[in-house]
Write a protein of this length. Structure first.
Lengths: 66, 149
């Protein structure tokens, strides 16, 4: 699974810490998601979708390994 | 009560038990209990005289309680990732704990007999030793996994 959360966050002009506070997780969790080390749950993905105002498919993409 | 309601009630109860966590303040309480237990253990070993076996057993229990409080206390920001890491650390601690309980008595027996000929006889580990090891492994792995997440 790959994602473009870093790009979406840059478009909104918010820091990892601000995004983390908006969806109720730690900054390290956002960092791990952005680095593709952690795949978030559906709930978290939908919270991100609400923040970015885009469907989940727009910023999460399956890779060949998935 | 209908079957479905009963199953739903049981499911909720199991989920509640599985997600049992203490508030973050219990981490400090746990650390204090552990520290006091260790200091008192040292005092008992080096300063106190007489039959203090009961104190040793009591301190072993308080040490385990302190570590359990540390293990069960939530992080300041507890999210799905830390919950996942915590579950991983419990699984690792369980597996390593079982291997330790199986292997360690033979290691102790072997080492003892190599160092002194006709050393100690074979004996199983006590519950305190196994539980202490498992709780320490759990805490160590949890904080290490969190650091490298």
């Amino acid at each position: 699974m790959q994602n473009t959360i870093k790009v979406e966050r840059a478009i909104l002009g918010i820091t990892q810490d601000e995004l983390a506070k908006k969806i109720g997780v730690s900054r390290q969790t956002i960092n791990s998601i952005e680095a593709n080390r952690y795949v978030p749950s559906t709930v978290l993905a939908l919270k991100l979708s609400a923040i970015f105002n885009k469907p989940v498919n727009d910023f999460f993409r399956l890779t060949d390994q998935d | 009560m209908g079957t479905e309601k009963f199953v739903e009630y049981e499911r909720k109860r199991l989920n509640k038990i599985a997600s049992l966590r203490l508030p973050n303040q219990f981490m400090i309480i746990g650390v204090m209990v552990v520290a006091i237990s260790i200091i008192t253990m040292m005092l008992r070993a080096f300063a106190l005289e007489g039959d203090t076996q009961w104190l040793k057993l009591l301190l072993q229990k308080t040490l385990l309680v302190g570590l359990l409080l540390m293990s069960l206390s939530k992080d300041k920001i507890e999210d799905e990732m830390t919950i996942g890491l915590r579950s991983q650390s419990y699984a690792i601690a369980f597996i390593i704990g079982v291997i330790y309980a199986l292997v360690m008595p033979y290691v102790e027996y072997g080492v003892s007999n190599v160092v002194h000929s006709g050393g100690e006889s074979y004996k199983d580990l006590g519950d305190f030793q196994v539980l202490l090891f498992m709780l320490m492994i759990q805490l160590l792995f949890y904080h290490t996994l969190k650091r490298y997440r």
